[in-house]
Design a protein around this ligand. Structure first.
Ligand code: ADP
Ligand code: MG
Length: 261
């Protein structure tokens, strides 16, 4: 059995038939196996973020079902999502907006380890200190950074903090939505290599979104190409990159400078 099963999932924003209504994800089915590194590519607006947000139960499908192992994660109430919330962790595009600017890095990174009740407390408990040191080291950041605020860091350091935070609760699945798109070109490869190394060191399952097939190919073994909410093409990364079948995938490839990483 697959780890994730996305079964005929659609997501419509706005009521069908009304002005501005958008079918962001249109009847998508896919499976993710444990240990797989799945890339999702497509032009801006093709539904990539909507799809992974539903996989992380941050949004609900309009129709269809998402299962994680045997568990239905779509249409669940927040209080029933405890296990999912620690086993699936997310890294977003822009760490400037995804990290709370009022929190110290140490608090940000250990926050997923705390219960909801303790969330407002600023102190980092001792057992969390150990984990904090471990995960900061694993993303190549010095421990001193724990006592800084996000705005005191570079973009690359901030994204490393976001990755450390995601790893802290020892998740099984990492979902990264355009994790290097907001970063300087000079640090993109470093952060991507870090994601790749961490995923393999911890045996994580990865779902990584990018509008850039080069980025996805660098890290993922399998790729899904999305277009207007639907899956246009799927296959092993190398095959898709070397021998794309659909005209749309060929265009995506042609639109990016090759060998940039
Ligand atoms: N919260 C929302 N409300 C209304 N429309 C949305 C919302 N989020 C996304 N959309 C629309 O859904 C479509 C897919 O968006 P998104 O999933 O963000 O695509 P991608 O991540 O591939 O750029 C777009 O047309 C976008 O404008
Ligand atoms: Mg997006």
């Amino acid at each position: 059995m697959s780890l994730y099963e996305v079964d005929h999932v659609s997501r419509r924003y706005g009521r069908d038939g009304t002005a501005g209504s958008v079918l962001a994800v249109d009847d998508v089915s896919l499976a993710v196996e444990a240990g797989q590194r799945l890339g999702i590519v497509g032009e801006s607006g093709s539904g990539k973020s909507t799809l992974v947000r539903m996989m992380a139960a941050l949004d609900q499908p309009t129709s269809g079902v998402i299962r994680l192992r045997d568990d239905v994660v779509s249409h669940r109430r927040e209080r029933d999502l405890g296990a999912l919330r620690s086993s699936v962790q997310l890294v977003f595009q822009d760490p400037r907006s995804s990290l709370d600017p009022r929190m110290l890095v140490g608090t940000i990174v250990t926050e997923p380890l705390r219960s909801r009740l303790l969330k407002s407390s600023g102190d980092v408990p001792t057992d969390h200190r150990t984990r904090l040191a471990e995960v900061l080291e694993s993303v190549d950041l010095p421990l001193e950074i724990a006592d800084r605020f996000p705005h005191e860091l570079s973009g690359g350091q901030r994204q490393r903090v976001a990755i450390a935070r995601a790893l802290a609760p020892r998740p099984q699945v990492l979902i990264a939505d355009e994790p290097v798109s907001a970063l300087d070109v000079s640090v993109r490869a470093q952060v991507l290599n870090l994601v790749r190394d961490l995923v393999s060191a911890h045996g994580l399952t990865l779902v990584m979104v990018s509008h850039d097939l080069t980025v996805v190919r660098h890290v993922c073994d399998t790729v899904i190409v999305m277009r207007r909410g639907r899956i246009e093409e799927r296959g092993p990364s190398e095959q898709l990159y070397e021998d794309p079948q659909s005209a749309y995938t060929k265009e995506l490839l042609a639109s990016i400078p090759r060998f940039r990483l």
